[in-house]
Ligand binder design. Structure first.
Ligand SMILES: [Ca+2]
Ligand SMILES: [Ca+2]
Length: 192
């Protein structure tokens, strides 16, 4: 009886941590690095959107002109960084970006080291298009996007990282301590 109670308590503790996968980049802080943001290179009617629109959860209509309501730039030097609220195990990325380019995505691990992760090429119609990629999964604390190929004119409207938050070591320690207390009480009840 006590053992069954213990198993139920353990299951409840662990299931509270293993939540369903969501967009862990949603609402994360976005930083633009580089000098050419807002540069349309002579293309008409550019209106640079706020950096925060990259992780606001809103996508534009496919085919929207690349420099309209997006974060856009020229050249391959600039990058966009999304700082996650905490470490997350991520297995899928979505990117809405200019259709005729290749966007490289890197991630920062829990130790602070950056790794190249994947390239997303939303190559279909004219204007903005949606691309996505699945992979085995990485534990990331931040992501960066930069242009790695294309026509020199780039834009991003939305970035999503689907995954689950990874508990801090302190959370695990608390969980184990909680299990210890439950086990101790179960044993005491048995002895008493
Ligand atoms: Ca957006
Ligand atoms: Ca382009």
């Amino acid at each position: 009886m006590q053992r069954k109670l213990l198993a139920v308590a353990a299951l409840a503790l662990f299931s509270g941590v293993a939540s369903a996968a969501t967009n862990v980049a949603l609402g994360s802080t976005v930083t633009l690095s580089g000098a050419s943001f807002g540069d349309s290179g002579g293309w008409c009617c550019g209106s640079l959107a706020a950096a925060s629109t990259v992780t606001d959860g809103a996508v534009l209509a496919v085919g929207t002109q690349w420099n309209t309501g997006t974060v856009f730039w020229t050249g391959n030097a600039p990058s966009i960084t999304m700082e996650l609220a905490g470490a997350s195990f991520v297995t899928h990325l979505d990117l809405q970006a200019d259709n005729n380019d290749d966007y490289g995505v890197s991630y920062r691990d829990v130790g602070g080291t950056w790794h190249s992760l994947t390239t997303i090429s939303p190559h279909r119609s004219w204007g903005l298009d949606n691309g996505s990629v699945d992979f085995a999964g990485v534990t990331a604390t931040a992501f960066t996007i930069s242009a790695v190929g294309g026509d020199g004119f780039y834009s991003v409207s939305e970035f999503a990282a689907i995954g689950t938050p990874v508990p801090e070591p302190e959370t695990y320690a608390l969980m184990l301590a909680g299990l210890g207390v439950v086990g101790f009480m179960a044993r005491r009840r048995k002895l008493g």
